[in-house]
Design a protein. Structure first.
Length: 87
């Protein structure tokens, strides 16, 4: 004899997909957040390259640079460099 199963018992046997989707999503978000704190951060550079008045490129420690917030135009840079390179 075969036993007929009602639709409600069939529904209860299948795992709920919304709950699985939510738990998987929560696990992925949690893992991504944990990796953000676990992985080493990139260190900021301590030096930068700058142009000297005689046209040479030198590396300067960032802590020695005074930030004024004034931007310099291309024309000012061209007139400021005394030993202009030829192309």
């Amino acid at each position: 004899m075969e036993q007929n199963q009602s639709p409600t018992t069939e529904k209860n046997q299948n795992p709920t997909t919304r709950r699985k989707f939510f738990l998987w999503g929560l696990g992925i978000v949690t893992a991504a957040t944990a990796l953000k704190f676990i992985l080493p951060k990139k260190k900021a550079p301590t030096t930068t390259k700058m142009l000297t008045e005689d046209g040479r490129l030198v590396e300067v420690d960032i802590s020695k640079i005074k930030k004024t917030g004034i931007k310099v135009s291309d024309k000012d840079v061209i007139t400021w460099v005394k030993n202009k390179p030829t192309f």
